[in-house]
Design a protein around this ligand. Structure first.
Ligand SMILES: *Cc1c(COP(=O)(O)O)cnc(C)c1O
Length: 235
């Protein structure tokens, strides 16, 4: 079951790469495992994926602990409260949802010395009316410059969660704006190499516009339980 869904997602990523003449290995799959059990992650890992994305801190820490025996890469992709940065700095490999300097400074200070620098994407609020998370596009250059200067972080690029939009052309137009923002930053910060964009409903458009990481939950694991049936607070 999981294996079939995974094969289907892999095929979709590869055909989107072919359609835009991109190398198939230029797009990484991040399996978004929020609300999924450690056992489900174990099963999916057996099919191939080794990078998992989590939104809720306590839930994530429990799974990281339970899956210590596997060589998994953990990505934090949810909202971050400044008093919860330490466990994120200690237990994750990537954070995609940094949208203010205060959070980045704390992650840098709290990153354990024995661990590689924490990979960071800045979350940009690309559909500004729809969401309160993410840095405003015009504040991005100053934030990127400041985050790139922090010692225990490696600034990798941008993350965006556009407003849900069924029309593929409009999806592409929004992702193209994210790509343009990254290109502008690369003039000053040439090591930036990551566009984290595209979810189950818009991954083709994201890949057409240069996504290097797609964050896929539903298409891999099936629909999540409705938000009302479980209670989650932001990290
Ligand atoms: C839940 C979530 C995803 C995955 O969404 P699907 O539509 O289930 O693929 C991707 N990114 C973020 C930030 C999420 O919270």
């Amino acid at each position: 079951m999981l294996a079939d869904k995974y094969d289907h997602v892999r095929e979709q990523i590869m055909s989107a790469c072919r359609a835009s003449e991109r190398a198939p290995d230029s797009v990484r799959l991040l399996a978004v495992s929020k609300t999924r059990s450690a056992d489900e992650i174990r099963q999916l890992y057996a099919c191939g994926p080794n990078a998992f994305g989590e939104n809720y801190l306590q839930e994530a820490l429990d799974k990281i602990e339970a899956l210590q025996d596997l060589p998994l890469e953990w990505h934090f992709i949810g909202p971050i409260q400044s008093n919860k940065t330490r466990p994120i700095a200690e237990h994750f490999d990537w954070v995609h949802s940094v949208d203010r300097l205060k959070i980045a400074k704390r992650l840098s200070e709290q990153r354990p010395a024995h661990r590689a620098p924490l990979n960071i994407c800045l979350q940009v609020n690309i559909s500004e009316e729809a969401s309160k998370s993410g840095c405003a596009p015009d504040e991005l250059p100053a934030l990127a410059r400041a985050v790139a200067a922090l010692p225990n972080l490696q600034l990798r690029g941008l993350m965006a969660i556009p407003e849900a939009e069924p029309d593929p052309e409009r999806q592409r137009a929004t992702f193209a704006r994210v790509r343009t923002l990254l290109t502008a930053l690369q003039a000053e910060l040439p090591r930036l190499d990551t566009l984290s964009m595209g979810m189950s409903g818009d991954l083709d458009a994201a890949i057409a516009e240069g996504a290097t990481i797609v964050r896929i939950g539903t298409a891999l694991f099936g629909p999540r339980p409705s938000p009302n049936s479980t209670s989650h607070s932001p990290a």
